[in-house]
Design a protein around this ligand. Structure first.
Ligand SMILES: O=C1O[C@H](CS(=O)(=O)O)[C@@H](O)[C@H](O)[C@H]1O
Length: 315
């Protein structure tokens, strides 16, 4: 197996959410805390960056050069060619206390995004709600806004679907637990949530991806490795990484046989970051198995809205 390579010395504060664009053969990813959308081209090594006005948790590809961005302030359609931002929906939570975190599209192209607690005013008590948890995972239902897609979790992460689309994986990093639920592909609803895997002390289950064999690969935040679980939740292997704070893998490259992995430097004290240059890099390695085709947001929310308006005008 090819060794882990640093493909972009990004010094990201909170690299996250890599998604491979099959159409562009490029990797989109974000920096949540130095808010920016990035696009990396493995053929040239070039990394493009678009600064964002607020923390960006995750995004969905819509079409070539166009993405939907989950910013703390809401969901926006962003055209990377013109820099045009089109407002789609407000955030479904109190943005003074929460911000979007991990998200992604199901195998039918519905977009989901979770949250993590980040009070703007640290003096305000961290009121997580009556049950002591955070917010649910949110499903973007177009003109109908957001629907709840899970019980509340504190640090939403690890969203992925099985190859047949009928199992949804979702984790709570704070609870060190990955859940799996039965997923209805027709309605976008998840039921019968149960524990899929728990991780050890000293690590948090972070972003994840499922491969074509149905194995769940997640970044072990704080432990410098990826964990690969079989479809029954048994740990099958650990893959050592050169950074301690790895955040999420994504399949990409020719035949979806490369694993790209983001990482974060924010947990490292500022004074130590120069001596820890791997934290915040983007990595690539040969994947243990090929990945699944990444899904794009369908339909394009702006086109769907136009259709909705013209239907209403006709009626
Ligand atoms: O900001 C983030 O941090 C969490 C880990 S922690 O809450 O700081 O322990 C990480 O899991 C998450 O994905 C990341 O975006």
């Amino acid at each position: 197996m090819r060794n882990v390579e640093v493909v972009c010395r990004a010094s990201a504060l909170n690299g996250e959410g890599p998604v491979w664009s099959e159409a562009e053969q490029r990797l989109y990813w974000v920096d949540i805390r130095a808010p920016a959308l990035h696009r990396f081209d493995p053929a040239t090594g070039r990394n493009e960056t678009w600064g964002m006005p607020a923390w960006i948790g995750c995004f969905a590809l819509i079409e070539t050069d166009v993405v939907a961005l989950a910013l703390r302030t809401g969901l926006f359609r962003f055209d990377t060619r013109s820099g045009t931002m089109t407002f789609l929906a407000p955030a479904p939570f109190d943005p003074r206390r929460f911000t979007f975190n991990d998200g992604g599209c199901d195998r039918s192209g519905r977009f989901f995004a979770g949250t993590m607690l980040d009070p703007i005013d640290p003096l305000e008590p961290a009121d997580l709600g009556t049950d002591g948890n955070g917010t649910p995972l949110w499903r973007y239902d177009g003109a109908a806004g957001w629907g709840c897609a899970s019980p509340p979790v504190q640090t939403s992460n690890g969203l992925a679907w099985s190859p047949d689309g009928r199992t949804m994986y979702h984790s709570d990093t704070a609870q060190k637990t990955v859940f799996r639920s039965d997923y209805d592909t027709a309605t976008g609803t998840a039921e019968n949530r149960r524990v899929f895997a728990r991780v050890e002390e000293g690590m948090g289950p972070d972003g994840a991806a499922v491969d074509a064999d149905g194995f769940y690969l997640c970044a072990a935040f704080g432990a410098g490795c990826l964990l690969r679980f079989d479809p029954d939740g048994k740990l099958e292997r650990r893959i050592a990484m050169p950074a301690r704070f790895v955040t999420m893998p994504a399949f990409g490259g020719v035949d979806l046989s490369t694993l790209f992995v983001t990482s974060a430097s924010f947990p490292v004290p500022e004074k130590d970051r120069v001596s820890r240059p791997m934290e915040g890099c983007l990595f690539a390695l040969e994947a243990p198995a090929r990945g699944l085709t990444p899904h794009v947001l369908t339909p394009d929310p702006v086109a769907a809205d136009k259709e909705h308006r013209s239907d209403k005008a006709i009626a």
